[in-house]
Design a protein around this ligand. Structure first.
Ligand SMILES: Cc1ncc(COP(=O)(O)O)c(C=O)c1O
Length: 397
């Protein structure tokens, strides 16, 4: 197989030589289509910022970055530029990961045993956060309407009992790729006010939005909603910098910040290295032209996956995502043999997806596909799937 090289695409040989998780978890005969990072090279301004630090300056002293170079200033710039959102730089906290942010915000702003409301199926660390912190899972499944995924606001209201204290929210939603509308967010925010819930809103996929949709940070809806909202974000998804470990927790009010600080002093949290901070700062000031190009490619890949499924694997239920580069594929109607669709595709198609069951029991018949790759890799993944599905009846006998 030959792989062409577009500006930010990498050859298959270069991808196979990578040392990270995506290309090494599975044996070499498996095409990886899992974990949320992109098979693309990063934006030039970010690469230059990293090289400036590690090649020219070689400055690894304690990393205070003043003025425009600080993470809070870059975050403020980005939020204002993208959403017209004026944030307070004093309420920005740097941590090393968005999942870390989710864990510590839940631990800092609720008590053991408190109910935490989530929309399932959901990115597995949401479930882990609740379980490992000794909180109680309050489940509010998304509804598959047949033409898309819908928030069940009445179900949310019914599920949120008196002991429910936190809404752990994911927008854009991983794995369905829903980008919630203003009306939906308003209903969620109003319910949080009504039931006095803290909203922990993971918006790490906010940069990855397709035509016709718009990301709205839930904290921008009203001062009342902002005051109870912790927003988690990073440049790591949109700009493909996951290993640089730099995320932001943004507290929507001084009261939330203080409440959190009383439980978790900053010293126990750790913070990013200067490499992560410089890269994030460069992404937020200078990365958008690159991201605009990447989004065109991702949107074309998204449509390509949808068309391929329609034409060649019509038994798969799939709603093209409105954001993220993840497709959630419900394989229930295929009646595949084996333990799960994940195992079937791994063993029979030699394709490595994320396992749907990890996203909660509702996901057990699904797999999550990452389409942020070259068209050639995507063709190989989809072609292998279609071939294996065709062979499935014979395998089941
Ligand atoms: C919704 C969501 N939150 C958090 C993360 C991980 O973020 P981090 O690597 O910063 O912990 C991911 C990664 O895919 C994600 O999809």
């Amino acid at each position: 197989m030959t792989i062409t090289t577009e500006p930010f695409e990498m050859s298959l040989a270069a991808l196979r030589a990578r040392r990270g998780n995506k290309w090494n978890r599975y044996p070499a005969d498996v095409m990886p289509a899992w974990v949320a990072d992109m098979d693309f090279t990063i934006a030039e301004p970010i690469q230059r910022a990293i090289e400036k630090l590690i090649v020219e300056e070689r400055d690894y002293g304690y990393g205070y970055r003043a003025g425009e170079n600080s993470l809070p200033a870059a975050f403020a710039h980005r939020m204002n530029d993208r959403y017209g959102w004026a944030i307070d730089q004093d309420l920005v906290l740097n941590v090393t990961g968005t999942v870390q942010g989710m864990f510590v915000s839940t631990m800092g702003l609720s008590e053991p045993g408190d109910g935490v409301l989530i929309q399932t199926p959901i990115y597995p660390p949401f479930l882990m956060t609740i379980e490992k912190s000794g909180r109680r899972l309050v489940e509010n499944p998304l509804r598959d309407t047949g033409s898309g995924w819908e928030l069940d606001i009445e179900g949310m209201r019914a599920a949120a009992d008196a002991g429910t204290k936190v809404l752990l929210f994911c927008n854009p939603h991983n794995p369905t790729g829903r980008v919630y509308t203003r009306e939906e967010l308003q209903a969620v925010g109003d319910l949080a006010v009504e039931r006095d819930l803290v909203i922990i809103s993971d918006e790490v996929h906010a940069d990855l939005i397709y035509s016709g949709h718009k990301h709205i940070p839930i904290a921008t809806l009203s001062p009342e909603i902002a005051a109870r909202t912790v927003t988690l974000t990073a440049a790591s998804k949109g700009f493909n910098l996951a290993a640089l470990r730099c995320s932001v927790i943004y507290f929507g009010s001084q009261a939330l910040r203080e409440r959190f600080r009383r439980v978790l002093p900053d010293y126990v949290l750790g913070s990013s290295s200067v490499v992560g901070i410089d890269a994030t700062v460069a992404a937020w000031y200078h990365g958008q032209p690159w991201l605009d190009e990447v989004l065109k490619k991702l949107e074309a890949n998204r449509d390509y996956v949808a068309q391929f499924i329609k034409d060649q694997m019509p038994g798969i239920r799939h709603h093209p995502p409105q954001g993220t580069y993840l497709s959630w594929l419900n394989c229930e109607d295929l009646g595949l043999p084996g333990e799960s669709p994940y195992h079937f595709f791994l063993e029979e198609a030699k394709v490595g997806f994320n396992q749907g069951g990890d996203f909660g029991p509702l996901g057990k018949n699904s797999v999550r596909l990452n389409f942020a790759t070259s068209r050639e890799v995507l063709d190989e993944v989809l072609g292998r799937m279609a071939d294996a599905i065709e062979r499935a009846p014979a395998l089941a006998r």
